[in-house]
Design a protein around this ligand. Structure first.
Ligand code: GLV
Length: 368
């Protein structure tokens, strides 16, 4: 393997190493995959307005997320079934996140349980939640996450049904028989049946609660004291509802472009959401973050931090824990360099004037 110099290079290695069904599952987006491409391309249309001749000999990238201090505004997004990528799966990701001093979000559909991930050692961890039809199952799971020391719930709100991922349909995707959705083992919900379709889409159709609505955000608050991040907001209307629902924060997410195709890139939707929240709750972003420059652009447009998904899974497939550590290190180094070359020494100094969006270019106005 030649030297890896950016996080995207792990993808080709993962493609070589993984069984087609597993690689396709991680890689694919919904339908035409327009949003999948757009999540990346929209970042490339945002340009910088760097400031010069500023002493950048000391750069502070630390920040606080829901009261927890972390080393940088780059966190790990929930991605399901990580043991399909590497035998160490979520353990490796948890250890790499802790070593980097940042937050890991564990998927409900992890192949390691909340208790197993907690047993890897100290670390700040969030738990991504899917709401099952059987609310007893949800209550139990949330309680277990609390007991295992998880610090927040990231409630996925964009998946009342699974998006149509055509590679998974063609492959008749199912979780390999030697793995289980570990959080649901013992509840008879840890396995996925073969279907004449994507096995995951059928699992979701059978188990996930399609009636989920804003009142359930309140319900969730009645069963846990953990702060709730609403993950999957991409409009101002829903951002306002999230604030009113008592959410502790919003994750602007289109589920890695795996749900509704032809929604905008998350980086394009970010500013609308940020403006709608009027600073009342923090707004985070995932989707297409592959470079330190992307992290900077998100922060300049008002995000309080970003989450990274696929690069973690691909690096895990390529090199296990070392790969995930390397992803976090490369993104950190790139982000630090972007701050330096933009003339910012702390996150508080990164602001709207440091970027030029397409919208700005269409509506030129002097900014002095
Ligand atoms: C899991 O959350 C998936 O989108 O496949």
């Amino acid at each position: 393997m030649g030297e890896i110099t950016n996080v995207m290079e792990y993808q080709a290695i993962a493609k070589q190493k993984l069984p087609k069904m597993a690689y396709d599952y991680y890689n694919s987006g919904a339908e035409d995959e327009w949003t999948l491409k757009e999540n990346r391309e929209a970042f490339s249309r945002i340009l910088f307005r760097p400031r010069i001749l500023i002493d950048i000999s000391k750069i502070d990238m630390t920040t606080t997320v829901l009261g927890f201090k972390i080393s940088m505004p780059i966190m790990i997004a929930p991605t399901a079934m990580q043991k399909m990528a590497h035998p160490d799966g979520e353990y490796a990701t948890a250890r790499a996140a802790s070593a980097a001093g940042t937050i890991m979000t564990l998927s409900s559909w992890a192949t390691s349980s909340v208790e197993e991930v907690a047993s890897t050692g100290p670390g700040i961890r969030f738990f991504q939640l899917y709401v099952y039809k059987n609310r007893k199952v949800v209550e139990q799971l949330v309680r277990r996450a609390e007991r295992a020391g998880f610090k927040a719930i990231a409630l996925t709100v964009d998946t009342p049904r699974l998006g149509r991922r055509e590679a998974d349909i063609k492959n008749r995707f199912v979780l390999p028989p030697f793995l289980t959705l570990k959080n649901f083992e013992g509840l008879d919900l840890g396995k996925m049946d073969q279907a004449n379709d994507s096995g995951l889409a059928s699992y979701v159709a059978g188990q996930i609660d399609r009636t989920l609505s804003w009142k359930d955000v309140k319900w969730l608050q009645s069963i846990t004291t953990l702060p709730i991040l609403v993950k999957g907001v991409i409009t101002a209307e829903d951002a306002r509802l999230a604030v009113h629902s008592g959410a502790a924060g919003i994750i602007v997410s289109n589920h890695g472009a795996r749900q509704l195709d032809y929604v905008p890139a998350t980086i394009s939707a970010l500013e609308e959401v940020v403006n709608a929240t009027q600073g009342r709750i923090p707004v985070y972003l995932d989707g297409g973050v592959r470079r330190g420059t992307d992290v900077f652009k998100a922060l300049a447009l008002g995000a309080a931090g970003v989450f990274v998904g696929r690069p973690v899974v691909f690096a895990l497939a390529a090199e296990g824990e070392a790969g995930v550590r390397n992803v976090l290190r490369m993104l950190r180094d790139e982000f630090e360099l972007t701050m330096a070359l933009s003339g910012c020494t702390s996150l508080a100094e990164i602001n709207r004037s440091h970027v030029l969006t397409e919208g700005d270019r269409l509506r030129p106005k002097p900014r002095l």
